[in-house]
Design a binder for this molecule. Structure first.
Ligand code: PHE
Length: 343
């Protein structure tokens, strides 16, 4: 039949075609595979083919289509390889490699990691908790009920339309989280971000970092706390360092203290940094108030413990001589690069 010959002729022509470049390959595609390809009108002709040969005709058309597709795929792959090869010829294998830009750790992370490592060495494990807290864990459980004057100590960011949800003002909220979910002995440190509604200046920021510590077991004493903190100070600031504890007040500890590390009074900077005393305040601490244990479901007759909370930015500023806390939050690479080797 004439129409079969027509299709066979197209097949032969297609097989013979030898596109030489990308443009000819594209023309090949349009001719045999495009939306108006040469086979389209012949497909319509199937209605003129006698019924008993319709199947054969359809198969023939499909064969041409398939063959055209295979040939096109091969042509395409070959021309891509050729392009790659051409590009490879232009490669200067002796050119120096492009240097990888290495980042560095943020000074706050460096100091935080050091603190974590120091406490991990004596058996504390890291507990990370949420920054969006509820009022109970941040305040009420920590013995700071509503209308307690101590709430004014920390100006709070509340979430919109809610006096119940807030950005935690201290990592002490993790104490409540841990004591309500774990049984003593508890020995954790909780590093993380905290927020206070404060005016931003060179010395204070509305967002900063703390590391909280909590140790609860039978017969934990104030002396245990003192030795733990002395160990920390020596590891962090040097074996010859002295500490002192000054009485203080926190609603969730009794007795409460603040710890100073002796910094020295040699240079003019020492005078400025320590306000002429030689001592630096590093952290707040104390024996966990029995009422807090009770609030969190731990028997204060059986268990006692200590807690401490320290600011990170302040220590980073001391250790690296950074004079303005805002530098720690601006992420200026010229500032951050200086800590590349400070791991
Ligand atoms: N949460 C206190 C603060 O942010 C620090 C603290 C922690 C004090 C644990 C005592 C015990 O100032």
């Amino acid at each position: 039949m004439e129409i079969f010959d027509k299709v066979n002729a197209i097949l032969a022509e297609m097989n013979a075609a030898a596109p030489q470049n990308a443009e000819e390959t594209e023309q090949f595609r349009i001719k045999y595979l495009g939306s108006k390809n040469i086979l389209k009108p012949l497909m319509g002709e199937i209605r003129n083919v006698p019924n008993e040969r319709k199947k054969e005709y359809g198969q023939l058309i499909n064969k041409v289509k398939q063959a055209a597709q295979n040939k096109y795929d091969e042509l395409k792959a070959a021309s891509e390889n050729a392009a790659d090869a051409a590009e490879a010829q232009d490669l200067d294998l002796t050119a120096p490699g492009e240097p990888l830009e290495l980042g560095s750790r943020h000074p706050v992370s460096i100091v935080m990691n050091r603190i974590i490592q120091i406490f991990e060495r004596i058996g504390f494990t890291v507990s990370e908790e949420r920054e969006i807290e509820d009022d109970w864990h941040n305040f009420t459980a920590m013995n700071t009920p509503e209308d307690h004057p101590a709430r004014d100590m920390q100006d709070t960011f509340y979430l919109k339309d809610s006096m119940q949800m807030l950005l935690r003002t201290h990592t002490s909220s993790v104490q409540a989280r841990t004591m309500t979910t774990e049984k003593p002995p508890i020995r954790i440190i909780a590093p993380g971000r905290v927020y206070r509604n404060e005016t931003i200046s060179s010395r204070s920021h509305a967002q900063f970092h703390q590391v909280e510590g909590l140790y609860i077991d039978e017969n934990v004493s104030f002396a245990d706390m003192k030795q733990t903190l002395l160990y920390f100070a020596k590891e962090m600031y040097g074996v010859d360092k002295e500490i002192r504890l000054r009485p203080s007040y926190f609603p969730f500890t009794e007795p409460s203290a603040e710890m100073d590390v002796y910094w020295g009074l040699e240079s003019e900077a020492d005078y400025r940094i320590t306000k002429g005393t030689g001592w630096l305040e590093i952290l707040g601490c104390g024996m966990v108030d029995p009422q807090v244990l009770e609030n969190c479901g731990i028997d204060p007759e059986k268990y006692s413990g200590f807690a401490f909370g320290m600011g990170i930015e302040r220590q980073a500023m001391l250790l690296y001589g950074i004079e303005d806390i805002r530098l720690l939050f601006e992420n200026d690479v010229r500032f951050l690069r200086q800590f590349a080797s400070a791991l």
